[in-house]
Design a protein around this ligand. Sequence first.
Ligand SMILES: Nc1ncnc2c1ncn2[C@@H]1O[C@H](COP(=O)(O)OS(=O)(=O)O)[C@@H](OP(=O)(O)O)[C@H]1O
Length: 337
Amino acid sequence: MASAHSPALDLRRLAQKVVVMLSLGVACACLLYFVAGRYEAAVGEKAPVLLLKTAVQERNSTAEQRAEAEIISSGREWTASRRLPHALIVGVKKGGTRALLEFLRLHPDIRALGSEPHFFDRHYGRGLNWYRSMMPKALDGQIVMEKTPRYFVTPETPARIHAMSRDVKLIVVVRDPITRAISDYTQIVSKTPGVPSFESLTFKNQTTGQIDFLWSPLYIGLYARHLERWLAYFPLSQIHFVHGERLISDPAGELGRVQDFLGLQRIITDKHFYFNKTKGFPCLKKPEGSSKPHCLGKTKGRTHVRVHPEVIQKLREFYHPHNLKFYQMAGMDFGWQ
Ligand SMILES: Nc1ncnc2c1ncn2[C@@H]1O[C@H](COP(=O)(O)OS(=O)(=O)O)[C@@H](OP(=O)(O)O)[C@H]1O
């Protein structure tokens, strides 16, 4: 049987095909646009910035991803933005800065960058827009913070931070400079086995007993000297000192004072911590975004190298006047002998 092959029918079929193809095209374009939009919202960066692979990878640590996902799932994503920090943990190396940051992250009004951006000491040339792009997304009213312990001892840092914001709140975790130095040296040995002994590096000349205070592990502990540079730019009321030893013996107490300083409700309390006997340190019952107890990693709370008691005594005498000056400047006696 011959089929009716009218030109009008062919034209209709062609028109139908065109409509279907056009609809498919529009649907694909919408899908692509949506996926790209979600992607950018999730990482918050334009393609060229993504090339800074390590920094972005660091920033997107699991805890941050979880917090960001929380903002997205709560439907408040559109009000969240990346802002320059309102508070900085500026030091000191080996003072307990990681513990403090991890504990502070429990607070719902704090959004903290997990990695150390080293902006004001190493990457200042990248500019404030780069720095801002490193920050986690935060909602209005949330405090954005980061920690880079080297800021405290880098001479250029106070002026640079002041140029960013004269109102920024500064936190310094301090610890007995001698224990701090030994902790620092223990880390050096773990990374570079075979370095000379702590005892030999402590002295410029072992027979005269002259201390080599420019040796970095000892230099960092000259807190008064470093603080002087900060006080040229910021009033003492804008600097909060966390007692490193008490951060271990009474984390909730120290965290209470930090929350007060930041103008936050005391939400992090005793109930968030437990003392882990194996680790020998306080740990979190429930860290941010997880239900499992968590202690800091094995590079935090290491067994220190043994240092000869005579050398420790020499260091006590050396640091004594510096510590007294620091107590006076900070308006707080830390009780290091
Ligand atoms: N809760 C808890 N768990 C583990 N460790 C704790 C804790 N609180 C304070 N500390 C002390 O933190 C010291 C490491 O300091 P930092 O985190 O500032 O080190 S770093 O500068 O970031 O490398 C680390 O120094 P070491 O003991 O010498 O390893 C600890 O004494």
